[in-house]
Design a protein around this ligand. Sequence first.
Ligand code: C5P
Length: 225
Amino acid sequence: MSVVIAVDGPSGAGKGTLCVKLAKALGFSLLDSGALYRILGLASVDAGVAVDDEPALAELAKTIDVDFVPGEPGEPVGVMLNGIDVTSKVRLESTGALASKVAPHPMVRAALLETQRSFAQKGGLVADGRDMGTVVFNDAPLKIFLTASAQARAERRLLQLQSKGEDVNFATLLDEIEARDARDMGRAESPLRPADDAWQLDSTTKSIDEVFAEVMAEAQRRQLV
Ligand code: C5P
């Protein structure tokens, strides 16, 4: 089994950027588990499967053909769904909301479990998600729980989306973030919560470089890298 650094927290706390930086700096693989739920959400729309049809969603999760294509340096990883490039659709706010509606079903989560664990078969792994430290890699030697205030997360997301040319409104974004937090924390199966042995970090007043430096120092202190 490889060394796993599990990174959980609510949407917009900076997990994605942190995980990409960690994986690059350490030469580890990266699992963006949220992308799997996002892709399943997109696939459910294509297949005409409702977000509350648990058995059909679980079946879909087992059969969809997903491929992650490494991008140029600095470019996002490309995502192919059944041979079609869905890279730009995957990151949309609406796709995140859709993901959080297909994600609560136990059969869906079970169907995606082995896929996620298979990422840890070789070398080190940085795993980004909601239940990396509590369920998928519950024996990871370093579990980070990264939070930030909803206000700060909405501000960051606004800048991110605006830079991509998405037309968004701050109040709507804050509402969407709070609604997604409530769905992710309130569900019965694998709710978003810090693992008992998680190292909690609040990024509200910190830059991504500060957070990155703190996590690297902690990984070194634990002699993981
Ligand atoms: O992290 P990201 O915003 O891509 O995740 C999209 C949604 O997928 C989350 O809001 C959550 O509902 C779901 N998710 C999950 N478990 C994970 C990762 C994501 O339930 N490990």
